[in-house]
Design a binder for this molecule. Structure first.
Ligand code: HEM
Ligand SMILES: *[C@@H]1O[C@H](CO)[C@@H](O)[C@H](O)[C@H]1NC(C)=O
Ligand SMILES: *[C@@H]1O[C@H](CO)[C@@H](O)[C@H](O)[C@H]1NC(C)=O
Ligand SMILES: *[C@@H]1O[C@H](CO)[C@@H](O)[C@H](O)[C@H]1NC(C)=O
Ligand SMILES: *[C@@H]1O[C@H](CO)[C@@H](O)[C@H](O)[C@H]1NC(C)=O
Ligand SMILES: *[C@@H]1O[C@H](CO)[C@@H](O)[C@H](O)[C@H]1NC(C)=O
Length: 488
């Protein structure tokens, strides 16, 4: 007993000394409430909705302390930044993602989200052209078709009282993403079924559980845990899907290539799934191997479907909570489409200014990636303090979206603020719904195209009602609803 106590005291002194040695003179203030030895670890305890409540409080603590605070996870000092300009400095100085992202590596490998800086630089350059406007324009038919599919699926709920609209949206957006990314054939039911959706959901639960249990941070311990076995089960399903499709399309690609010259294509934007562009880069230029293609596909599939689906879900809920906003959307849609039920074109999208403002404001109020994380590979000098090299830095999109530069009405849902550039904050990171700096979302334009097309179809057909204040959210890495009830 005494030995244990002595060892603990010894360890603690060592940690304190180590911490002091690593401290800059102008460190940011600490978050109050640290306990001896464990620091703020107790804040991580509790289920995922309690975790979200705590996270929000910590963001406000940071805002009140001037935008930067330090938080101790056991002996590890981390930072939490909510000042937009300081966030931009950090995001563009340190491009390396933090160790927490390594938890996602078994799923995404060296995909853009989890790749180390070297790989990321090379691959981001290769992938950027795959998201250029002419490629995206080729998706409009798919997007319209899928939006109509959602409208049709929702029909059974009309007039029947509250229901969970997220389930409909999530499956629909997953289908859309599988089409645009891999041109998956839905008649092949073995590929895309609820098994994949559940596996993705369970995988998130594994990730968040690991984050909440610091003793599982080390692979050496984690590899022996029950959680690892559960995670491997999920990964088997997730990887099987992308590997199967990859094999199929690679064969098709090689076949098509042979007969390409004979039947050259029509004019105008042509639909080409992302996977074909990756295959082209791989086969013609030797840019990727099969594993890397699979990892990019998994990353884009995940990055593309879960995010857009959540934003659509929150948007419909908020629109349902604010009748005057719904009325303005209705008027704008009527101005653009009249009473017609025609497809949405890319020219229409440019005119749906208010709808886009509603989407942005939703993402400001409910940033579905409330934190992004960077590894500080150097000391970073901020305006009022200096962060130390070697530590983890949380950049809080949730906090940044509640910064005073948004004005006194920062807590209100007010899409109109986006219509007047004068009233918007000047700092480019003040809105961080798609991440911050050079490593921000590659699919932003795609996301707006698909979300606006979906909502244009839905709101041309339906009125919705709901109350977002009744919804409980949780943090499953991304911000998620515990229940997504709404009435139609
Ligand atoms: C409303 C929808 C979306 C939201 C809110 C969103 C949000 C984000 C955020 C916050 C990041 C930065 C992550 C970080 O710094 O750790 C990110 C990165 C990324 N997103 Fe999105 N995203 C959306 C849609 C999409 C779509 C549709 C795609 C692809 C089709 C996509 C693909 C990616 C990829 C590949 C990255 C990694 C970029 C890089 O590190 O270079 N996202 N997204
Ligand atoms: C988390 O715990 C609280 C209180 O124990 C409970 O009310 C809530 O429903 C739980 N949330 C989830 C997502 O399990
Ligand atoms: C930085 O410090 C100055 C003076 O010490 C203070 O006026 C200012 O509010 C601080 N800024 C932030 C973002 O904390
Ligand atoms: C977009 O990319 C495609 C193929 O990668 C290319 O053919 C096209 O010229 C590019 N368009 C623009 C506007 O960069
Ligand atoms: C992968 O999926 C295919 C069908 O899509 C199935 O036949 C096969 O058994 C699966 N393999 C594994 C290892 O789950
Ligand atoms: C843990 O398991 C993974 C494979 O599942 C392996 O790649 C890794 O090397 C293992 N790590 C340790 C420290 O045992």
């Amino acid at each position: 007993m005494l030995t244990v106590a002595l060892v603990l005291v010894f360890l603690w002194c060592g940690i304190l000394a180590w911490r002091r040695r690593n401290r800059n003179k102008d460190e940011p203030p600490p978050l109050p409430g640290a306990l001896p030895l464990i620091g703020h670890i107790h804040l991580l305890f509790g289920n995922s909705s309690q975790l979200w409540d705590t996270a929000k409080k910590v963001c406000y603590s940071s805002l009140n302390a001037g935008g930067v605070i330090s938080v101790n996870i056991g002996p590890r000092t981390t930072y939490l930044v909510t000042d937009p300009e300081d966030c931009l400095t950090i995001a563009n100085t340190c491009l390396q993602k933090d160790g927490f992202y390594d938890f996602g590596k078994p799923w995404f490998g060296d995909g853009l989200i989890t790749a180390d800086v070297q790989t990321w630089k090379a691959h981001r350059k290769l992938l950027n052209p795959a998201f250029n406007q002419s490629i995206l324009d080729g998706f409009m038919d798919v997007l319209n078709e899928q939006a109509r599919r959602l409208v049709k699926n929702l029909e059974v709920e009309v007039g029947k009282g509250p229901f969970d609209h997220f389930a409909y949206i999530l499956l629909n957006v997953l289908e859309t993403t599988c089409l645009t990314v891999m041109k998956v054939d839905f008649s092949d039911e073995s590929l895309l079924n609820s098994e994949y959706v559940h596996a993705a959901e369970d995988m998130f639960k594994c990730l968040i559980e690991r984050i909440q249990k610091p003793w599982l941070y080390s692979d050496a311990v984690f590899n022996w845990s029950f959680l690892k076995r559960k995670q491997d089960e999920c990964l088997k399903i997730l990887h099987n899907m992308s590997n199967t499709v990859l094999k199929k399309r690679k064969a098709e690609y090689l076949n098509n290539k042979l007969s390409k010259e004979t039947k050259d294509t029509t004019k105008g934007p042509k639909f080409r799934p992302f996977m074909d562009l990756l295959l082209e880069l791989a086969i013609e230029k030797g840019a990727f191997n099969d594993r890397e293609i699979r990892e990019h596909v998994d990353t884009i599939l995940f990055g593309g479907h879960d995010t857009s689906a959540s934003v659509l879900m929150y948007t419909m809920l908020l629109v349902g909570s604010y009748p005057e906003v719904q009325q303005k959307i209705f008027i704008e849609l009527h101005d653009v489409f009249g009473d017609e039920d025609r497809d949405v074109t890319k020219q229409d999208l440019a005119q749906l200014v208010y709808l886009e403002a509603v989407l942005k404001e939703t993402m400001r109020i409910y940033p579905i990636a409330p934190f992004i994380t960077r590894y500080l590979d150097q000391d970073v000098k901020l305006r009022n303090c200096t962060l130390s090299k070697g530590r983890t830095c949380f950049l809080s999109t949730y906090g940044v979206h509640r910064h005073s530069s948004w004005g006194p009405d920062v807590e209100e849902f007010k899409p109109e603020r986006w219509l007047d550039l004068e009233t918007l904050p000047k700092c480019p990171t003040a809105f961080a719904g798609f991440g911050m700096g050079r490593r921000s979302c590659i699919g932003k334009t795609y996301a707006f195209m698909s979300m606006k097309t979906t909502l244009a179809h839905v709101f041309r057909r339906y009125r919705v009602s709901g109350n977002h204040l009744l919804m409980i959210s949780k943090m499953d890495v991304l911000l998620k609803p515990v229940s997504g009830q709404m009435r139609k």
